[in-house]
Ligand binder design. Sequence first.
Ligand code: BGC
Length: 439
Amino acid sequence: MKKNFLYGVSTSAFQIEGDDGTQGRGLSVWDSFCERKGTVYQDENAKIAADHYNRLQEDLDLLAGSNVNAYRFSVSWPRVLPEGTGKINGKGVDFYDRLIDGLLTRGVTPFLTMYHWDLPQSLSDKGGLQNDDFSKWFEEYAALLVKKYGDRVKHYITFNEPINVVHSSYYSGVFAPGYRLNEWQTMQCLHRMLTAHGRARNVIRSVQGSETGMAMSTFEEYPVCGSLRCVEAAKEKFFQKDLASESIDAYLDPVYFGKYPDRLYDKFPALNEKRYAEDLKIICGKEDILCFNNYSGTPVDEGKKSVSHGSGAPLNAMGGAVDPNGLYWGCRFLAERYKAPLYVTENGVACNDIVALDGKVHDENRVDFLERHLAVVRRLIDEKADIRGYFVWSFLDNFEWLFGYTKRFGLVYVDYQTLKRTPKDSYRWYADYIRTHKE
Ligand code: BGC
């Protein structure tokens, strides 16, 4: 692989840290969402999760043992600012200090995500993304992180999966805080999120040698055949959906081109107002890195229709297709349109893992998945794509949002009764892969 290529693993705060109520952390919208009966599988919550907060040293050693040279984690906004703004929770700030120092002493580069869905509840009470002050709140939070950690952290992701931050949380309402707004209201949320991204990037710029981006998720469309028409059809489907809040170009065109796609100005004439143009100057940041989370692939035909994978095609434990073409074409489409360096910030698979009678976890489907997807990364690099890193989702089994603890994505198995960690076969496989491919 390339020199300085980052091989990493990813996690997020809410999914692994846990909080027994003594840590000074404020509530997040996901804490509240878990309280709503019937929302999360078996009404589970993340009060313990993988108990990472209390097992930091053990987890850092496990990380080092996997040979990764990068770790993508998220900071819990309400852990450092319990009310979202104002009063700082010293214990929370110290926790990430220890984490970052622990990474650096083990030769692991920190990749810090500022927002992986756990919006402080007190800010949600003020409307969250429905409030015009959102970008100022986020800027204050970003400034705190840069002040505390900017001497050691150079890689920043502002928002994890903007489509979920906006669409799933404010339009379809399947994710916390569960609003169901109309299209224009959702578009305004999208705009506020992008403005927050732009303001945060301007703060991060003060960190010498820093990089900033948003980690995009996609629906992973790719051409079912090699014809030009098919490629163009898949590309269009990849970037554009009926709803702006589900369209990648609605999020990334403003960042790289300083304007929304033309069709959105027709659909939402109010977007032509001067204040949006002013905000777009803040949002635009051509030097942003492209970060891409990928789990699957959807073949698309010349008529822009999704094509079935066929009877008996391999599925993951979430019911989605195992299809590395999604990763290949997603990276190509993004790099071609936005011409920026790329990181695969999440790629992984849920499997029905068990601890076998020999005490080990033989997750050969995950090993196969990683092998196929890393082959795609190598192919892209051979084709001269500027890919700089690859992160497996996830390091540890964790709280999988609406699915509670039923879906396991980790390279390390977590027994939720005892919290014992058992590295899976895929952990050893990845460690070996990195050892033999790192230059
Ligand atoms: C999210 C993770 C999640 C993973 C698996 C991604 O969309 O960023 O938080 O656990 O998918 O569903």
